[in-house]
Design a protein around this ligand. Structure first.
Ligand code: CP3
Length: 341
């Protein structure tokens, strides 16, 4: 039996107060993050410098006492480890070299070489599993294959994931081969995170909502199911959180379909609906809209509404998406006071 509140909720326990952490809890809204990033030089150097990546992971734990720490890294490190060029342009987001056909997929580096690039991330996990306070759970993560593929095909973030949809619809074999390569690399990457000390894994499928009908089955459900099944074969007690953002009615039964222990809800989902339709089958995480941490007018009421809606089942309190750089750090204290009562 564990004393860690996050692991208890993931095992299906209903706790009097839900455990809580925040997506992007280490980030630009914190002055101490901005200072450590400046010390590292840039975002990617921060991701690949274990001491500094561990430091920014710990900052929100020290400031707020969250129940979970999430490894500081990025979902786009996998494309980089597979051989794509990656840079983050200040104020514009990520830029990558692109994959547009089967030749591009075949030119990716073999899976066994990804650790040459990613081993500093495993070192960060090792530092964290030594340094985190006892009740805090360490979460490792990766992007789900569809979301990672949308960046590898477009070379950047896109409002509608158009380039990835076009490759999927015009050259299915190349697109499927890309998904398969990402799936395989993601399994090895996450396996190394777990062996280094990650206690829970979260799969971020930020663009799952743009997959419709059978495409959702083929590219959101199927790869997640493959990754989770293999991780659980290697680590039978490992809990996994799936995040099919904007999946709407496809949230119903999603965790069970992919073999996850919990599903993270985005903030377009109504808590009462999700309690009845999704939480009946297992633990849910979520789902405060991040803008309440910028303008706190309805912060306390919304936080309490979510806690109340999910109080009869297993629940981890979180945001519905990442906290934004313009959030006021003091509002996070107000949110925690409203959760913890
Ligand atoms: O605190 C944490 O949540 C852990 C670290 C983490 C980051 N990115 C750090 C980060 C995690 C889990 C992610 C996931 C991630 N990265 C996702 C999935 C979740 C989501 O937000 O939908 C995606 C799509 C990415 C890709 C990515 N990384 C983009 C599009 C951007 C640029 C947009 C932005 O917010 O600036 C990033 C950069 C990034 N990743 C930052 C951080 C703290 C900001 C970089 C900076 O310091 O300038």
């Amino acid at each position: 039996m564990t004393d860690k509140p996050i692991l208890r909720a993931l095992a299906g326990e209903v706790l009097p107060t839900p455990p809580v952490w925040m997506m992007r809890q280490a980030g630009r809204y914190l002055p101490e993050y901005r200072s450590t990033r400046a010390q590292a030089g840039d975002f990617l150097s921060l991701c690949y410098t274990p001491d500094l990546a561990a430091e920014v992971t710990l900052q929100p734990i020290r400031r707020y006492g969250f129940d979970a720490a999430i490894l500081f890294a990025d979902i786009l490190l996998i494309p980089q480890a597979l051989g794509l060029d990656l840079r983050f342009v200040q104020g514009e987001g990520p830029r990558l070299s692109t994959i547009t056909n089967m030749a591009g997929v075949q030119a990716l580096r073999p899976t066994y070489t990804i650790h040459d690039t990613l081993s500093p991330v495993y070192e960060t996990v090792k530092i964290l599993s030594r340094e985190l306070p006892d009740p805090v759970t360490l979460i490792g993560f990766a992007g789900a294959p569809w979301t990672v593929a949308t960046y590898m095909v477009a070379g950047r973030g896109t409002p509608d994931q158009g380039p990835a949809h076009r490759l999927k619809d015009t050259d299915r074999p190349a697109f499927q081969a890309l998904i398969d390569r990402i799936t395989e690399a993601t399994i090895e990457y996450l396996d190394c995170q777990v062996r280094a000390g990650a206690e829970v894994i979260k799969l971020f499928d930020s663009w799952a909502g743009s997959l419709k009908g059978a495409d959702f089955d083929d590219f959101a459900l199927a790869p997640a199911k493959t990754i989770i099944a293999e991780l659980k074969r290697r680590h039978p007690t490992l809990p996994v959180i799936a995040f099919p953002r904007e999946a709407k009615e496809r949230y119903v039964g999603f965790a069970q379909a992919v073999g996850a222990d919990a599903v993270a809800l985005d903030n377009s989902v109504q808590p009462d609906w999700a309690a009845a339709q999704v939480q009946v089958a297992g633990c849910v995480q979520g789902n405060l809209a991040p803008h309440h941490l910028v303008d706190p007018t309805h912060l306390e009421a919304e936080t309490k509404r979510i806690v109340a809606a999910f109080r009869n089942g297993p629940h981890i309190f979180n945001l519905g998406h990442g906290i934004t750089p313009d959030a006021d750090p003091d509002n996070v204290h107000r949110m925690l006071a409203a959760v913890r009562g």
